[in-house]
Ligand binder design. Structure first.
Ligand SMILES: CCCCCCCCCCCCCC(=O)SCCNC(=O)CCNC(=O)[C@H](O)C(C)(C)COP(=O)(O)OP(=O)(O)OC[C@H]1O[C@@H](n2cnc3c(N)ncnc32)[C@H](O)[C@@H]1OP(=O)(O)O
Length: 209
């Protein structure tokens, strides 16, 4: 297995909490940036300040995103994941829970930075969230894998700014292939996105730590 799976800094809870708080501020910054009406001179001034802050963060730099210490599966350790990662400002983040019966579920709200059609979620963002939820459902069978196929059916537009629910569950495992299905639904319970995926487990599984 490639070394990048194992050669990671593992953060303490305190370090993770501080960086998660920083990521939350950057998320707010992205949202403020998307919606701001400030004058060009003020935008230029803010850009200069942000450039200076970026240089401060780059002063100490890792080769790869770090892992967290939570969990035993090696899945929820990916704290910089672009869907669920509290340390990744691009992640909403979607706080996915996996129940003992293998059902993956999360409630989340997507702000304006994820807009595709006006007032609705970008279809690629929905697909990204489904990929993650379906992948975690596949992994919950005990056999995690890489996405080989992902089919999304957009039944109706997914609204921004309201509570959404993603659910997924593995349907079957055939050798190295794991199949899973899931949905995103709106606050009225109506399904907006259906998805099905097939994951393929690597020939040799990655190390858990
Ligand atoms: C890995 C662990 C990670 C843990 C993360 C936990 C999840 C967390 C959630 C993360 C979620 C996000 C996750 C992400 O974002 S994963 C990122 C997106 N996915 C990828 O980048 C995958 C890129 N592709 C590959 O790496 C390889 O092609 C894979 C690994 C998929 C297969 O290459 P491999 O060399 O191993 O396969 P094989 O040649 O021995 O063939 C084996 C069987 O599979 C069949 N086949 C192969 N490809 C396809 C296909 N595309 N459609 C349909 N069938 C396919 C093939 O016919 C054969 O069938 P059969 O003849 O036996 O019947």
């Amino acid at each position: 297995m490639r070394e990048v799976f194992v050669d990671r800094d593992v953060l303490s809870g305190d370090d993770e909490a501080e960086l998660a708080a920083l990521a939350a501020r950057v998320r707010e910054l992205a949202e403020a940036m998307t919606l701001t009406k400030v004058e060009p001179a003020e935008a230029a001034s803010v850009a200069a300040e942000i450039a200076a802050l970026t240089e401060r963060l780059k002063a100490a730099r890792r080769a790869h995103p770090p892992f967290g210490t939570v969990g035993e599966s090696g899945l929820d350790r990916q704290i910089a994941n672009p869907v669920t990662g509290r340390l990744n400002p691009l992640a909403p983040p979607v706080d996915i829970e996996v129940s003992e019966d293998g059902i993956v579920r999360a409630e989340f709200t997507l702000p304006a930075v994820y807009e595709g059609p006006p007032t609705f979620v970008h279809g690629g963002v929905s697909a990204m969230i489904m990929d993650q939820a379906l992948g975690m459902a596949a992994a919950a069978t005990g056999t995690p894998g890489m996405t080989a196929t992902l089919e999304t059916r957009y039944r109706r537009p997914t609204p921004l700014g309201v509570p959404l629910t993603v659910e997924a569950k593995a349907s079957r495992v055939e050798g190295r292939k794991i199949y899973a299905d899931g949905t995103i639904s709106g606050p009225d319970g109506r399904v907006t996105v259906e998805a099905s995926a097939m994951f393929i487990a690597p020939q040799s599984a990655p190390a858990a730590s």
